[in-house]
Design a binder for this molecule. Structure first.
Ligand SMILES: *Cc1c(COP(=O)(O)O)cnc(C)c1O
Length: 442
């Protein structure tokens, strides 16, 4: 498979180069030259396949020139070893739960697959790399868990001291082995600046094979198509048109859904649901793309993105045509107050507990369904387990809970008992570089 840059100013590359580079030199985004279409025979019997069988067929369609069948099967079986079940909340309203992986958020799909595929290529070429990640919360956790104990890769995660939740901090700082955490005395922007400086420091970058695990990496996008097709497979027998509602920030998740559709999956419509950072819903409405800077803080903070980085990908998936995009995509956005009321209402009526991000997807789905009289199976994506956002979720539901405490899954409560291990550091590049010289692998 060849990949082009959406800016069209950089040469095409193969998948291995696209994955290790992350971004093309012209600062566009890598996209496959062609989205492969899976044969009718696949779509006719897809309901008989497991998640890992579906994952294999999709990945193979992109990677068959680069990774032999048996290797790819093994890679997928190791990376995607958790489920993505559909839970029916109300008649024709289904939740696609994407939080059954190691960090209990959908980013596990991308991070686990990316780690497995990087490790595969490194093994073959006897190389080692050092991954640097700055995180404000969820990404770092998924990357740390995804790359944990993976051969030939060392990961250094930078996070702002006192600005991530307890659970998120423990997800970064309790793993050990090849995962190192640096607690920066500063903001998330300071963390990002340190990582950027290291990447711009060319000699240093080359000496230590620095790489990023950024969410715009093509290796994180492909595995997100798996669960859309798996959801379709589970709902196909109901014989209704399917609508997916996606709680969105950088729009990687939604782009992956559109890729699944381009591969031949029947979809009636995608609903882009956001918080106050309503750049894409507004674009769908008006054809004007106006980034919000700085981004607006909300209770669905993993979606606080004022300039969605996957926008060029989304456009290219619709042949750079606004009309095409608008014919397949609807957009809705919600305030924190609407999000809270929705979480309360759904809990009271159905007993189902949603995180704030998931609630926004639910709202988007319901609002879209009001606009159509077709018979539809509606799917809203749950991107994280509610317990990851306990300090917000518990007060919101406190009245409805009637004194009950929310249950915390063992995987998360066990984390809270573990000892944190992080290196404290000022936001100083000299210090950061000295640390890497001592701790990076070669
Ligand atoms: C990252 C994230 C999102 C946003 O996903 P995008 O692919 O950036 O649109 C939504 N919900 C949660 C919980 C997340 O961590």
């Amino acid at each position: 498979m060849q990949l082009y840059s959406t800016n069209r100013q950089s040469p095409n590359v193969g998948i291995e180069e696209a994955i290790f580079r992350g971004l093309p030199p012209d600062n566009g985004l890598y996209m496959p030259e062609q989205i492969p279409v899976l044969p009718d025979s696949f779509w006719e019997s897809v309901q008989k396949l497991s998640l890992s069988e579906i994952a294999f067929e999709i990945a193979d369609a992109f990677l068959r020139d680069e990774i032999p069948t048996n290797d790819l099967r093994e890679l997928i079986n190791n990376a995607i070893d958790f489920d993505a079940p559909i839970v029916t909340i109300e008649e024709d309203i289904h939740c696609l739960e994407l939080f059954h992986g190691p960090s209990m958020a959908f980013k596990d799909f991308g991070a686990r697959f990316m780690a497995a595929i990087m490790s595969y290529f490194l093994e073959k070429s006897s190389r080692k790399i050092n991954i640097l990640v700055a995180t404000s919360g969820d990404t770092g956790g998924a990357v740390a868990q995804g790359f944990y104990d993976v051969n030939n890769i060392s990961v250094t995660v930078l996070y702002p001291s006192g600005k991530v939740s307890d659970i998120q901090e423990k997800q970064l700082t309790t793993l050990g082995k090849n995962i190192k955490a640096i607690e920066i005395d500063g903001t998330f922007d300071d963390c990002q600046k340190l990582v950027k400086e290291a990447f711009l420091d060319n000699d240093f970058r080359n000496e230590f094979n620095l790489a990023s695990a950024n969410s715009i990496n093509i290796a994180r996008l492909i595995p997100q198509a798996f669960y859309y097709v798996y959801a379709y497979a589970q709902l196909k027998k109901q014989g209704k048109s399917i609508v997916f509602a996606i709680p969105s920030g950088n729009f990687g998740n939604l782009s992956a859904g559109v890729i699944a559709w381009r591969m031949g999956m029947p979809v009636e419509r995608f609903v882009a649901a956001t918080n106050a950072n309503k750049v894409i819903p507004e674009y769908i409405e008006t054809a004007n793309f106006t980034p919000i800077s700085p981004s607006i803080s909300t209770i669905s903070n993993a979606m606080d993105v004022g300039n969605p980085s996957n926008f060029p990908r989304l456009r290219s998936l619709f042949g750079d045509s606004y009309e095409e995009l608008k014919s397949k995509l609807s957009g809705f956005y919600y305030t924190d107050e609407q999000t809270r009321l929705c979480m309360q209402d759904v809990y009271k009526r159905t007993g189902y507990i949603m995180c704030p991000h998931t609630a926004i997807a639910y709202l988007g789905l319901k609002d879209y369904l009001k606009q159509t009289d077709k018979s539809i199976s509606g799917v809203f994506l749950s991107t994280a387990h509610y317990a990851k956002f306990l300090p917000d979720v518990e007060p919101i539901l406190s009245e409805a809970l009637l004194g009950k405490r929310l249950e915390i899954p063992k995987r998360l409560s066990a984390l809270l008992e573990k000892e944190k291990s992080a290196t404290k550091m000022a936001a100083d590049y000299g210090e950061f570089k000295a640390y890497l010289r001592l701790n990076a692998i070669k």
